[in-house]
Design a protein around this ligand. Structure first.
Ligand SMILES: [Zn+2]
Length: 188
């Protein structure tokens, strides 16, 4: 069979969530929302196709024996749009990573440093880094890579959304900058 949405949707899947060895790994994360809170897993033995339904966002993907993954429900998320609409601004965040400048030039580490507490005003698209946050420290505004921070209030929805984004980014994000560079090399 062809591995596409229409064909896969014709298949029957048996739910195997709790069967040892067939559960989607705990370290696996949703391709849409980045959640690792678990999946409802189905398996079609004849075609050797797994189906994963995200308990957090409802997205459904299928994975075949070659490791190809397709969407049955949902689509790749526009993270800038999503976070702009779903985070509550402004909020306080802590910088959780050191910048290169801070590591290599400790005498002049730059305006934003590890463990700084900053105010996040909005998120914006970044060609190089995916999503950046517009932040305020003191009276000045800066931009900082969103995955370099976490919301101070760890009980907030903002915290959860940003952690989900980071998990998603670690696995699925492709830099538009690198893509453009590679296309450049290929002479596209
Ligand atoms: Zn999800």
């Amino acid at each position: 069979m062809d591995f596409n949405k229409e064909e896969v949707n014709k298949l029957e899947f048996s739910v195997i969530e709790n069967e040892e060895g067939k559960e989607k790994d705990d370290e696996d994360i949703c391709r849409v929302c980045g959640s690792n809170s678990g999946f409802i897993v189905g398996y079609n033995e004849k075609e050797q196709i797994y189906k994963y339904e995200c308990k957090n966002c409802g997205a459904i993907t299928a994975v075949n024996s070659d490791g190809e993954e397709i969407f049955l429900k949902g689509e790749e998320r526009d993270w800038v749009k999503y976070l702009s609409e779903n985070l509550e601004f402004p909020f306080m965040a802590e910088i959780t990573e050191m910048s290169d400048r801070e590591i290599f030039n400790p005498d002049d580490p730059g305006p934003i440093c590890y463990m700084d507490i900053v105010k996040v005003l909005e998120v914006i698209y970044s060609f190089k880094y995916g999503v950046e946050a517009v932040i305020k420290k003191g009276r000045k505004k800066y931009t900082q890579i969103l995955c370099f921070m976490e919301a101070v209030d760890s009980d907030s929805r903002n915290y959860v959304e940003i952690e989900n984004y980071k998990r998603w980014r670690d696995i699925y994000w492709k830099s538009d900058y690198l893509t453009a560079l590679i296309d450049g090399f290929k002479g596209k």
